[in-house]
Structures are given as structure tokens and as C-alpha cells.
Ligand binder design. Structure first.
Ligand code: IPE
Ligand code: IPE
Ligand code: MG
Length: 248
């Protein structure tokens, strides 16, 4: 486990600090990483996928209970077809690898987002991975694919409205718990820490409801360059924050 030099020169390790239970990561900066090297954007996504593999494993190793990674937003379909296809290929590669090589793993895989848009092949790989891993007891890894916080809320509102319409629910029975229970993350704790590499200061539609009291750590590194040490830095920064949840 990485060690850090404090100002006074003693070292602190991750075991000395309070770790978040749930981390969200907006895996951003792949395109800029590729551009800097004169490579096509797809090369940035390939490199980003490798970073994802390493960082997901590291989070599981240090005892994080929930990790949610933003892999593809509802708005990312606006990108050139070639780039979208490259991303779908990378998802397929990862999901095939997970089925083939992660048999003895402890990680529970979940997918959050609207699945209707994916090819039947990708969809069955997603289902297969969820079924294969659902009995495991390790970290829950939510992969947000065709995910948008607004779309998630619209779907939840539609479901709730249907229940009101058919008389199963009264409008004044709708409360925050009920809304949370209609989201993809039902039953999971809200994210404590959201990391956004690549320096952008925005949510880009990630976990809008769930992030009400998340601590944001924005980092200047591009996602393909993101290392375990960068994650450690974000964790140290998180541990220093004073979370008040509206109290004093
Ligand atoms: C994140 O990297 C990956 C996806 C959104 C799928 P980008 O592709 O957004 O990289 P930049 O922001 O253009 O550098
Ligand atoms: C957010 O990044 C989505 C993912 C990382 C999957 P974007 O690159 O799509 O966000 P914007 O366009 O910079 O807000
Ligand atoms: Mg981006």
C-alpha cells in the first residue's frame, strides 16, 4: 500500500485514513490523451480501458465496497460513428474477458443505464456477467453504460407515475427513499467521493440524484495516465474533507 510523506515527514498509509465506501469515477480525458500523441481517439479509449482494469482491481484490493465508473453517457452517442463503434468493441472485449478470466474473482459486476440501445450480443454479455458474479461477496463494480442522470430520473418518475395511476401508491407516499429505490443504484449507498480526471469541473450528467452530498475531487491527469498513486491522492484529499450534510 502506498505511503505518503506528510509535511512533518512522517508517512501515512491508507490504513490510517477513513476510506469512502462508494467511489464514483468519471473516466474522462481519453481523447485528449490520444490527440497529444497524434493518435486516433480510439487509441485513447484503448489506453483508458487498461487504466480502468488496473484501477478497478486496486479499489477492490484496498477494500472499497462500491465503485461506479462512468464509461458511456446517454450523450456520447453524438460522437462520430467510428468512435462509438470503437467503444462498443472495447466493452465487448472487456465483458468477454471478464466471463473467461474472472471466474474466481470476488467482484460483483453490475451495469447501470438504459440497456435498450445495445446490440443483442453486448446485452447478453452484460446479463451473463451479472448472473455469473451476483453471488460474490466482494466489491460491487457498477459500469455506467448509456447512463444519464436525467434519463434515470425520467424512468423513475414514469415507474412511480404508473403505480399512482393504477392505485398502488398515493402521491404523498412518494418520498426520497421511494425515489432512490427506483434508480439503477437501488439498495446501494450514495457515492461518498467522485473523482473526475482531465480537469473538467462538471458532472456531465453522472449520478445526479445520488451525488447530492458526494465530495468531488477534480484532478488534472488524463484518464489513461491515471495511476494508483493518483487514486491514493484523491483518497487522502477526501479524508481531509469535513462532510457536514447540511449540519454544523
Ligand atoms: C472519456 O474520454 C471517454 C468517454 C466519454 C467515452 P473522452 O473521450 O471524453 O476524452 P476527452 O474528454 O475528449 O479528452
Ligand atoms: C463524461 O465525459 C462521460 C464519460 C466519461 C463516460 P464527456 O467527455 O462525455 O463529458 P463532457 O462532454 O466533457 O461534459
Ligand atoms: Mg470527455
Amino acid at each position: 500500500m502506498a505511503l505518503f510523506k506528510k509535511k512533518q515527514n512522517h508517512e501515512i498509509s491508507l490504513s490510517d485514513i477513513q476510506l469512502p465506501e462508494h467511489i464514483g469515477i468519471i473516466m474522462d480525458g481519453n481523447g485528449r490523451w490520444a490527440k497529444k500523441r497524434g493518435l486516433p481517439r480510439s487509441a485513447g479509449h484503448t489506453a483508458g480501458a487498461q487504466t480502468f482494469r488496473k484501477i478497478a482491481r486496486y479499489c477492490s484490493d484496498i477494500g472499497i465496497k462500491y465503485l461506479t465508473v462512468y464509461a458511456f453517457s446517454t450523450e456520447n452517442w453524438r460522437r462520430p460513428k467510428e468512435e462509438v463503434n470503437a467503444l462498443m468493441r472495447l466493452f465487448k472485449d472487456y465483458l468477454q474477458e471478464a466471463i473467461r478470466d474472472f471466474k474466481d474473482d470476488s467482484i460483483v459486476l453490475r451495469f447501470i443505464g438504459n440497456r435498450n440501445a445495445f446490440s443483442p450480443e453486448l446485452l447478453s454479455l452484460m446479463n451473463e456477467n451479472e448472473e455469473e458474479s451476483c453471488e460474490r461477496e466482494g466489491m460491487v463494480l457498477n459500469i455506467a453504460m448509456n447512463y444519464g442522470g436525467r434519463a434515470e430520473l425520467v424512468t423513475a418518475i414514469q415507474d412511480i407515475a404508473k403505480q399512482v395511476e393504477n392505485g398502488a401508491l398515493k402521491p404523498d407516499e412518494i418520498d426520497e427513499t421511494l425515489v432512490s429505490d427506483h434508480l439503477y443504484t437501488k439498495g446501494q449507498p450514495d457515492p461518498d467521493l467522485i473523482i473526475r480526471p482531465s480537469g473538467e469541473n462538471r458532472t456531465s450528467n453522472f449520478l445526479l440524484w445520488q451525488s447530492a452530498y458526494a465530495e468531488y475531487v477534480i484532478m488534472d491527469v488524463l484518464w489513461p495516465d491515471f495511476t494508483q498513486q493518483d487514486l491514493d491522492r484523491a483518497l487522502i484529499e477526501y479524508a481531509k474533507r469535513n462532510r457536514r450534510f447540511g449540519g454544523v
